[in-house]
Design a protein around this ligand. Structure first.
Ligand code: CTP
Length: 415
């Protein structure tokens, strides 16, 4: 365990006192230990004794602003090689399985990209309860490692069965095995299969509908397939995803939280409400104009000519791309062009304050609109990448992998 950095999350159970021994043994073996205690944990062991043994300050509450300034929960979870949860109580396992993030300990687990080892400890009936078993199965499927619980006498009298915290040497052995697997590459694989874990990706998709009167609207032919595929890919790669979508005939992508709306103005409002985000992808085909007036009643034929007065809609990409407040680290726009695709896209990148523009050739011959495939050129400050024609899903995954790499590099450069 030499030079390994352990982040120990201490849960609230009678077995919490065994963590003191775990910390001592980990440090004896050359590991450094940083501890986070849940509120309930401090009922069983004092933060003072944990701090004395770790020789570090103990982190106890998400809303301790000093901690947030000095060392945010994201950094806490990143500056570790392994996260150990011990004792993992029934309640804490339920929180982990449900993806809750309402205190520092659970937030770290949502934000981490490091291997997590849980050492459960609880009353045997609670361990055997269907809810706990269901949560453990979910967590295992998510790649969480488990050690124990052991079977034996419980702290309560006359209670015996599975639920005892694994012994300290067993927890150490499990941690060692995970870390050496990591050195052999499997943790790297685990990590790289969810390279957007802990990131928030915001995506706009679909057309917008701009009302003419209560029954008619102006729209365009966007199907939303590309934007929805990007949201789905980002969720698969581990991101928290907010998809802001105009009216489409597509199902909500799994794992994304979806805001359904109609007009460009509503889309801008929803985007601003959803910030901050690490990445924002503007794939929506926003209507450039809306009607200057929307009568409350249906318009009637008069036999006369009728002109609609149109006013320009806000440009959502440009608003966010050029904003100084809460601008995502990576702003990606699309450009649909029928000629001089790269030339127009490069101009659009600068004019709208985007970092990248995905330039799309939508001339009739390509069948991109509503079709399943896409031929794009990725225009960045560094130059232009011509991507081969590929399915919209593949292009979505490639774009999100590239975004993950961009974020990884900028985080590394900032540290
Ligand atoms: N976009 C936006 N809000 C608008 C218009 C466009 O967010 N009101 C975004 C689109 O989601 C896309 C990018 O801007 O990411 C490019 O849109 P496009 O319609 O190709 O460009 P325009 O700015 O409308 O320019 P033009 O029609 O002259 O090509």
């Amino acid at each position: 365990m030499k030079q390994q950095r352990v982040l120990l999350i201490i849960g609230g159970g009678i077995a919490a006192y065994k963590c003191l021994d775990l910390i001592r043994r980990l440090r004896d073996e050359g590991a450094s230990v940083r501890a986070v205690m849940t509120r309930a944990a401090s009922e069983f062991v004092t933060p003072l004794s944990v701090a004395a043994l770790t020789n570090e300050r103990v982190f106890t509450n998400l809303f301790d602003l000093n901690d947030e300034h000095e060392i945010g929960h994201i950094r806490l979870s990143r500056e570790a090689d392994i996260v150990i949860v011990a004792p993992a109580t029934a309640d804490f396992l339920a929180k982990m399985a449900g993806g809750h993030a309402d205190d520092l300990a659970s937030t770290i687990l949502m934000a981490t990209d490091k291997p997590v080892l849980a050492a459960p400890a609880m009353n045997p009936r609670m361990w055997l309860h269907r809810a706990t078993q269901r949560n453990v199965a979910l967590l295992k499927a998510d790649g969480i490692h488990f050690v124990g619980p052991n079977t034996g006498e419980m702290a309560e009298r006359d209670e015996a069965g599975p639920g005892r915290l694994a012994e300290v040497p067993e927890i150490m052995a499990a941690a060692r095995a995970i870390l050496s697997e990591g050195a052999a590459g499997s943790v790297t694989r685990l990590r790289s299969s969810r390279p957007l874990a802990g990131r928030h990706v915001l995506v706009t998709s679909g057309p917008t509908h701009e009302p003419i009167d209560p029954v008619r609207y102006i729209a365009n032919r966007s199907s939303g397939r590309q934007g929805h595929a990007i949201a789905a890919a980002a969720a698969r790669l581990g991101a928290r995803v907010t998809l802001v979508s105009g009216p489409v005939a597509l199902a909500d992508p799994p794992g994304a939280s979806v805001v359904h709306l109609e007009t460009a103005q509503e889309m801008l409002d929803a985007v601003e409400r959803s910030l901050p985000a690490d990445v924002a992808v503007f794939a929506a085909a926003v209507a450039d104009w809306r009607t200057a007036r929307q009568p409350g009643d249906k318009m009637k034929k008069t036999g006369e000519k009728h002109a609609l007065e149109l006013v320009e809609n806000p440009d959502i990409l440009a608003t966010i791309g050029k904003s100084r407040e809460a601008r995502p680290a990576l702003v990606i726009g699309f450009a649909a062009e029928t000629r001089d695709v790269v030339g127009y896209a490069s101009k659009k990148r600068k004019a709208k304050g985007a970092d990248w523009i995905v330039a799309n050739d939508v001339s009739a011959k390509t069948g991109v609109f509503g079709g399943a495939a896409n031929t794009v050129h990725l225009v960045t400050a560094e130059g232009v990448d011509d991507w081969p024609t590929m399915a919209k899903e593949d292009m979505a995954e490639r774009l999100m992998l590239r975004a993950a790499e961009f974020l990884r590099r900028s985080t590394a450069a900032a540290e």
